[in-house]
Design a protein around this ligand. Structure first.
Ligand code: ATP
Length: 269
């Protein structure tokens, strides 16, 4: 059961589905993909990082990047959501952690992924920290040390990949083991333009819609914010055209393609 829960095969996504973040993609290739695929190259001073941390503001594509790394190559991806690690296996998370690393080594090359690692491995000694989570943490730290001392050239490499919005809340010992840190920033104007193109490509836009202008007007938006905006805009045909129509009329309109051709005047009103 643990195996099914953790070893997930998601809809494959690639780096091309993720706007911009060129530097982060290169670093991820260098820090995760290549050491797992050609371990013999990563020896000596080039020894692979035992842990990689993606950090930055919420909604900027950290989880997406991790999923893309996993689905691009022949690497097994163990997704350790905090729900799986804590609630269901409460009291057994220490054992689970051991099994997890055993499985990861068995299926290697593999990635053990902790999304929002600050929630799972928070600073030591915080109020209300349970004995169980303390034990989980110690087990995790020692397992990570085990990775580092493994034989890199055996091809049985395992890398821990984690994300956080609050790196300062991650347990210090864990943070130290997440040796390679990659900052994922909010998108700049070019990146926002690219995102609008990705998310609006299936919609019929009003002639006046200019993705550059949209990007200019959405400074400070994250990728997740832009996606929400586009989703909201995609509902416009429903708002404009469907109002006061009967269900039968609506079905007819859909059949005749009238809904799909409503032009969307994004941000112009
Ligand atoms: P959090 O820290 O809140 O978990 P995150 O950085 O992990 O956020 P994701 O979950 O990867 O963010 O992104 C949220 C959604 O925002 C994604 O599903 C995606 O739709 C969109 N998104 C974010 N960044 C990008 C990007 N660079 N290109 C395309 N879509 C993006």
């Amino acid at each position: 059961a643990i195996e099914e829960e953790m070893l997930e095969i998601e809809n494959p996504i690639t780096f091309d589905d993720i706007a911009s973040l060129k530097g982060a993609k290169e670093l991820l290739n260098e820090a995760v993909t290549l050491p797992l695929l050609i371990p013999e190259f990563f020896v000596g001073i080039r020894e692979p990082w035992k842990g990689v941390l993606l950090f930055g503001p919420p909604g900027t594509g950290k989880t997406l990047l991790a999923r893309a790394v996993a689905s691009m190559s022949d690497i097994r991806f163990f997704n350790c959501s905090s729900a799986a690690m804590t609630s269901k296996w409460r009291g057994e998370s220490e054992k689970l952690c051991k099994v997890l690393f055993q499985m990861a080594r068995h299926y290697a090359p593999s990635i053990i992924f902790f999304d929002e690692v600050d929630a799972q491995v928070s600073q030591r000694g915080q109020d209300g920290e349970h004995e169980a989570s303390r034990r989980f943490k110690s087990e995790l730290l020692s397992q990570m040390d085990g990775i580092a001392s493994g034989d890199a050239s055996s091809g049985k490499n395992v890398i821990v990949l984690a994300t956080t919005n609050c790196p300062w809340d991650v347990d210090e010992a864990m943070r130290r083991r997440l040796e390679k840190r990659i900052y994922i920033p909010l998108p700049d104007e070019d990146a926002r333009t690219e995102m609008f193109k990705i998310y609006l490509k299936s919609l019929v836009l009003d002639e006046g819609v200019d993705v550059r202008e949209l990007a200019g007007r959405t400074q400070g938006f994250s990728g997740a914010d832009i996606k929400l905006l586009c989703r909201d805009a995609s509902m416009m045909p429903m708002r404009r055209v469907i109002l006061n129509k009967t269900p039968e009329q609506i079905r007819q309109m859909k059949l005749q393609g009238q809904l799909d051709s409503v032009k969307i005047p994004l941000l112009r009103d």
